[in-house]
Design a protein around this ligand. Structure first.
Ligand code: HEM
Length: 452
């Protein structure tokens, strides 16, 4: 791909949309349908109007790689993340440039593969005691909503991994505050105007209360962990020092990263797991193979981090779930200066949507793309297809810092659940997308639990 300036430039096609509104009605009623149709009709780079802004939709994998990796400094988060700031402050996904680089270097060691072993045992215990509660549902036949269950479970896992202190009595209020705050943030991102937080309308009052609960819980834990260092995620964040300056994180920055990690690190994993259980329920032949692998490798034991690497078929199942249902189905960038991608002009300040959902289902790269087939992730199949067509965790320098944590957690949840239960979708339960902050099932995921 050439990125040199070429004249004449190619023009960027796209749907016309309505006067003033642009494609807003379709964006609200069927966002994924709009993206799929736009990419199919106009190709890997298209543009459309949403009210008074123009957005580019870039799905060509070479262009995506160029934006996220080769020329990432020119494509910042910028305006695309502004609404997140009210809750996440200067958390890692909301910052750019040198500030981001310094922060990323401070956080990275806490997520290294070797550190994951410690989290595997914390997460394993949390998951086991959570899933035990399903025993009751297996007995009384009451279906479970796997979407809700997974949201609870993954938030508990991340809270317990972050704070090893005994905070069991605070988990409920933290989860509640977090859910209120994240719903509020989503709501604000969908409004053209919202009253400033200082105006005591009911929504603001509820949000401000939740914000206070989060801060009143997190700041004292930061102070305590500074005094008595711990081996949990918070302890690691506070222990990190910038190699050049020797400086660590301020309390405010640590608070922002804690809330960010709660936010970035639980709903994504939860949504992916709801889809994983759905796909297994629809594909019993795949589930049978997973069970066979679990029997051979574990024979009923809870897996250690070493075991997880041996569960190769289970790993492929998870990779295939993330292909069909990439929880982070949409993220965005803003161009800093003018650029040209393969002859297409990109003006400064252009807002660009990137959506793995479209690339992951493109029939050009994935034969029969809607079919759930974990065999797509055998080493041979991976080697035989183009790189950069699969990016559930993004790519380039901003690639998800928690990707190994997420894969470990997803594997643990799947293994521990399947060792004890069989989950079947409630007959006729409707399945549809709810593409909001993450790609979740619109009607939840009602499932019947049976003991194995
Ligand atoms: C299945 C689960 C997950 C998915 C699909 C996912 C996806 C992503 C994606 C696509 C990005 C890149 C966004 C961009 O380029 O703008 C990202 C970034 C990030 N993720 Fe995840 N994520 C998951 C789990 C996690 C977990 C478990 C954590 C933390 C424990 C986490 C923390 C972060 C952070 C802090 C960033 C920002 C990285 C940076 O800008 O340097 N994520 N994630």
């Amino acid at each position: 791909m050439t990125t040199q300036s070429q004249t004449p430039y190619k023009s960027i096609p796209g749907p016309r949309g309505l006067p003033i509104l642009g494609v807003m009605p379709e964006m609200v009623s069927n966002m994924l349908g709009l993206f799929t149709k736009t990419a199919r009709d106009f190709g890997g780079i298209a543009q459309f109007k949403l009210l008074n802004s123009t957005y580019f939709l870039i799905t060509n994998p070479d262009y995506v790689k160029y934006i996220l990796q080769d020329n990432y400094k020119n494509y910042i988060r910028g305006r695309s993340v502004e609404t997140g700031r009210v809750l996440l402050g200067n958390g890692l996904p909301l910052i750019d440039g040198d500030f981001w680089l310094r922060e990323r270097r401070l956080l990275q060691p806490a997520f290294h593969r070797e550190r994951l072993a410690a989290f595997t045992s914390t997460a394993g215990n949390v998951i086991e005691s959570f899933i035990q509660k399903w025993e009751q549902n297996a007995q009384n036949g009451q279906p479970l909503d796997l979407d809700e269950e997974m949201m609870h479970l993954t938030l508990t896992v991340i809270i317990k991994s972050m704070f090893s202190a005994d905070i069991d009595d605070k988990i409920q209020s933290l989860s509640h505050a977090f859910n209120v705050a994240s719903k509020f943030m989503l709501w604000r991102s969908q409004q053209m105007w919202a009253p400033p937080l200082s105006i005591p309308v009911p929504r603001n009052v509820e949000y401000n209360r939740a914000f206070k609960v989060l801060n009143d819980t997190i700041y004292p834990l930061i102070t305590e962990t500074r005094k008595n260092p711990t081996d949990d995620l918070l302890g690691m964040l506070l222990a990190m020092r910038d190699e050049e300056t020797g400086e660590g994180m301020t309390d405010q920055q640590a608070r922002d990263e804690v809330v960010t990690i709660f936010f970035a690190g639980h709903e994504t994993t939860a949504a992916s797991m709801a889809w994983a259980f759905y796909l297994l329920s629809e594909h019993p032949e795949v589930e049978t193979r997973v069970r066979a692998e679990l029997k051979t490798v574990l024979n009923g034991r809870i897996p250690t981090s070493a075991d997880l690497t041996k569960l190769t078929y289970t790993q492929r199942v998870i990779q295939e779930v993330l292909r069909l249902y990439p929880a982070a189905y949409l993220f965005a960038r803003e161009a800093v200066t003018e650029d040209v991608i393969d002859g297409y002009p990109i003006p400064p300040k252009t807002l660009i949507f990137i959506t793995p959902y479209i690339t992951h289902r493109d029939p050009k790269y994935w034969p029969d793309p809607g079919r759930f087939d974990p065999e797509r992730f055998t080493p041979e199949q991976v080697a035989n297809r183009p790189r950069h067509i699969y990016y559930p965790f993004g790519e380039g320098p901003h690639v998800c810092i928690g990707n190994n944590f997420a894969l470990m957690e997803m594997q643990l949840i799947l293994v521990i659940a399947l060792q004890r239960f069989r989950l079947r979708l409630v007959p006729n339960h409707p399945i549809a997308f709810k593409p909001e902050a993450t790609l979740r099932p619109k009607h939840g995921m009602k499932m019947i639990v049976e003991k194995v």
